[in-house]
Design a protein around this ligand. Structure first.
Ligand code: NAD
Length: 390
């Protein structure tokens, strides 16, 4: 019984369904936000999906500010500028609107605007989160426009520390959005590359959570159904961006992945984090590249579990059948098979490879890999992903 001990956290209120973005004024009132800062990214800010959402607030005569200086893979200068906008506009809450980058930055602005210590003091290490003044954290409403990161149901924000080229996870329980509006209509404008990358991110979250050791049967259950939803719906959403049913199921799978990964992640993320920080690649697409190599690397520890998963997903052939399904899905979504196909003119000498392996083993996700990730193991995985040898 000593191993059947665990801590479980479950998400927040989610208003799920096509068209529900029109409920934004009601949600703001429920949460008690009167002067929201609307945080999005510069690409989205130019799209009709933002204009139509701002019009909903205009029509309801809600005074708001807009902040859109958010890089994909946000950095500290984005956070500093966002906090300045938050304070200058005397805002009392944040609407985080966009993909993982805008959601994370919006959450971090709401968290950090009232703190006295530097944001790096709140990295997700031990009980560092208790250093924060919880009463100074502003409420957050999250509105995802991609279906991948699941940041909308998470209690953390990812930000790149530029000086060390590392992605840091900043954690606080109150960074969990008070309400999520999950409206699949908002995701129909995603171009196929982003649909594929974000969808594969959701798959990576579910798969790594399911394979992580530890006692969390609820996370496992959520992860397997999330995987089934991705396998059945991502190809449809990729082929036809306006397929609202497929978009809706992908939006659920994304939230399920982030709910499940409280159990742990693994080597897909341990390698994709340093690659993302050093080469500024798309997070989900980088996960997608590493997925089959890591699955093969972990085979001895997860073979039976994956066979059970394959059976649930109606895939024949146990572990091998599932591994093939992942390869076929990647092909269908035009995911690069190797790192040189992902990163043009890839410059990775021996020193750089050693650095990536060093960064991978200390990444907080490494501990969740079912096979211990050593420097040699991380280096071998990197070489395989360069050569394309699964
Ligand atoms: P993203 O937010 O970086 O967006 C990618 C691109 O898609 C942007 O150019 C954006 O403008 C565009 N886009 C977004 N929605 C669109 C729409 N509906 N129509 C057209 N274009 C649209 O991508 P992402 O994959 O959602 O997020 C990645 C970020 O999330 C990374 O910084 C990653 O580290 C972070 N992340 C966070 C968590 C977490 O738990 N907090 C988990 C995984 C990843």
């Amino acid at each position: 019984m000593t191993t059947l001990i665990s801590k479980w956290n479950y998400p927040t209120t989610v208003r799920f369904g096509a068209g529900r973005i029109k409920e934004l004024p009601e949600v703001l009132a429920d949460v008690g936000i009167e002067r929201p800062l609307f945080v999005t990214d510069p690409g989205l800010a130019k799209l009709p999906v933002v204009a139509s959402t701002l019009k909903i607030m205009d029509d309801a005569k809600i005074p708001y500010g807009v902040f859109s200086e958010v890089k994909p893979n946000p950095v500290e200068s984005n956070l500093t500028a966002g906090i300045e906008a938050f304070r200058k506009g005397e805002h009392d809450g944040v609407i985080a609107f966009g993909g993982g980058s805008a959601l994370d930055l919006g959450k971090l602005i709401a968290f950090q605007a009232g703190q006295q210590r530097p944001v790096w003091d709140f990295e997700d290490i031990g009980d560092w989160w208790t250093r924060a003044d919880a009463s100074a954290i502003a409420p957050i409403i999250a509105v995802p426009t991609t279906a991948g990161t699941g940041s909308e149901v998470g209690r953390a924000g990812v930000i790149t520390h530029e000086a060390t080229h590392t992605k840091k996870v900043i954690f606080h329980p109150k960074m969990l959005p008070a309400v999520v509006i999950a409206d699949p209509e908002l995701t129909t404008g995603m171009p196929p590359f982003i649909t594929a990358g974000t969808g594969m991110d959701a798959l990576a979250h579910c798969l790594e959570a399911y394979c992580a050791p530890g006692y969390h049967p609820m996370a496992d259950g959520i992860a397997v159904e999330g995987i089934r939803l991705v396998l059945e719906n991502l190809p449809k959403a990729f082929a036809n961006g306006n397929d609202l049913v497929a978009r809706a199921h992908m939006m659920s799978a994304a939230a399920m992945g982030a709910t499940a990964f409280q159990k742990g992640l693994g080597a897909i993320h341990s390698l994709s984090h340093p690659i993302g920080a050093l080469y500024d690649t798309h997070h989900g697409m980088t996960n997608a590249v590493f997925m089959p190599y890591v699955l093969a690397f972990n085979r001895e520890a997860v073979e039976d579990k994956i066979a059970r998963l394959a059976a649930y997903c109606d895939i024949k052939g146990g572990f091998d059948g599932f591994a093939k399904a992942v390869m076929d899905l990647r092909k269908e979504l035009k995911v690069p098979h190797t790192l040189p196909e992902l990163i043009k003119d890839l410059d990775m000498d021996e020193e750089r490879k050693a650095l990536i392996a060093d960064m991978a083993v200390v990444d907080p996700t490494a501990g969740g890999n079912p096979v211990k990730l050593t420097k040699e193991g991380a280096r071998a995985l990197l070489e395989k992903a360069i050569a394309g040898e699964v």
